[in-house]
Design a protein around this ligand. Structure first.
Ligand SMILES: *Cc1c(COP(=O)(O)O)cnc(C)c1O
Length: 405
């Protein structure tokens, strides 16, 4: 079972040995019967393996964790109720006051705000590394290096092999946020990183109906993260939601192919459009990281396309976004349906204007999450919305010179 499409369907989900049920059951229970006082004590001391309480573990979650570990090529996985709960678990499991967390931005806005605001309050400093200059930013205090590729929402790539090579000799734990690529496009563990991180809310679930997070990596690290994140922080995934992810992830490789194909066509369409100043998509030959993307991403360049409108200012962006009919204006991404948002006023509004400026998240930037609809329909929608921007630039009727009658 070495191919991703096979693993997505089968890994972690054999038929139920007791009933033969081919779908994985939802273990909708808080606690699990010990059977005897002696077994209860053994389960808690670790002398016997088994289930005790759903905050710490549950068979439905375990099936999902086994599948994610297989897909990412890791030893073990742990799931959480959201991506941010998973991030919290990693940070609080691996860092102590006085330690440093280094990151290669731009990051998902919530992650960056967690690192720069919350970490600081607990005595952990966050250091943003310059792209292409990982080595110089690391210090003897650096314990964790967090990298997101491609970055949200500007779609730059970071070289994961280089990140791993810089961190490994220094004993720094590397985490790749693999939400955008999914294991279909990039497998960070195979490139030498320690942990692969996911907001499952996005492509893993894929249907816009469930929030979740996951971390995959070596068993001892995952055990530490599990203890902190579930036993202490309590950010556990609900069994019913785990079932939705188990169902969604079966089609992940098929969906990713459709997302990538559609996004490539849309990026090419936008790239040639007069109303568009710039398109950010790693699949475009003119993208600054295209060569790295060809090396690091397999089978496609992802489903996210960002663009800057030729007309500067928020009014043009509003005319474009409000003109879309098939794309839904919402945050989140990775759904089967196409979504559009304005990062500066939504997902990245929590980080400072100065940081946004530095990271290239301008007021004219729009992020599109390309769904699996028909590409021609999506392009037609974008075309008419771009025409709406052009119309909005025309002077209002009362401002026009009145023609002589
Ligand atoms: C959404 C997202 C997160 C946070 O996950 P939630 O499930 O929303 O808590 C982290 N990283 C990236 C890249 C994301 O897109």
């Amino acid at each position: 079972m070495t191919h991703l499409r096979t693993q997505a369907v089968h890994a972690g989900q054999p038929p139920d040995p007791a009933t033969g049920a081919i779908a994985t059951g939802i273990a909708q229970t808080t606690a699990f019967a010990f059977g005897s006082m002696a077994r209860g004590a053994d389960l808690f001391s670790g002398a016997q393996a088994g289930w005790t309480y759903s905050r710490s573990g549950n068979p439905t979650l375990a099936a999902l964790e086994a599948k994610l570990a297989a897909l990412e090529g890791g030893e073990a996985a742990v799931t959480f109720g959201t991506g941010m709960a998973a991030l919290s678990a990693v940070v609080l499991a691996l860092l102590n006051p006085g330690d440093e967390l280094a990151y290669l931005g731009p990051l998902y806005g919530g992650a960056e705000s967690y690192f720069t605001d919350l970490c600081r309050r607990f005595g952990v400093s966050a250091v943003e590394l310059r792209k292409g200059d990982v080595e110089r930013g690391l210090s003897p205090k650096t314990r964790v290096l967090w990298v997101e590729t491609p970055t949200n929402p500007t779609l730059q790539l970071h070289d994961l092999e280089r990140v791993a090579a810089a961190a490994r000799p220094r004993g720094i734990v590397t985490v790749a946020d693999n939400t955008f690529c999914t294991p279909c496009l990039t497998r960070p563990l195979s490139l030498g990183l320690d942990l692969a991180y996911h907001s499952m809310t996005k492509y893993i679930g894929g249907h816009g109906d469930a929030t979740g997070g996951a971390v995959v990596g070596p068993a001892p690290l995952i055990e530490r993260i599990r203890k902190t994140g579930l036993d202490h922080l309590g950010g556990s995934l609900a069994p019913h939601t785990a079932y939705l992810f188990l169902r969604g992830v079966k089609t992940l490789p098929l969906r990713m192919t459709a997302h990538c194909d559609n996004a490539a066509r849309i990026a090419a369409f936008l790239d040639g459009h007069a109303a568009v100043r710039r398109v950010h998509y790693p699949g475009l030959a003119g993208h600054p990281d295209h060569a790295l993307a060809r090396r690091q991403m397999a089978g496609g360049y992802g489903g996210i396309v960002s663009l800057e409108l030729a007309r500067p200012g928020r009014a043009g962006v509003a005319a474009f976004l409000d003109g879309l009919r098939l794309f839904t204006q919402a945050v989140s991404l990775g759904d089967v349906n196409s979504l559009a948002c304005h990062p500066a006023s939504t997902t990245h509004s929590f980080i400072s204007a100065e940081a946004r400026q530095r990271q290239g998240i301008g007021d004219d930037l729009v992020r599109l999450s390309i769904g699996i609809e028909d590409a021609d329909d999506l392009i037609a929608d974008l075309r008419q919305a771009l025409e709406a921007v052009a119309r909005s630039e025309e002077p209002l009727p009362e401002q026009r010179q009145l023609a002589p009658t």
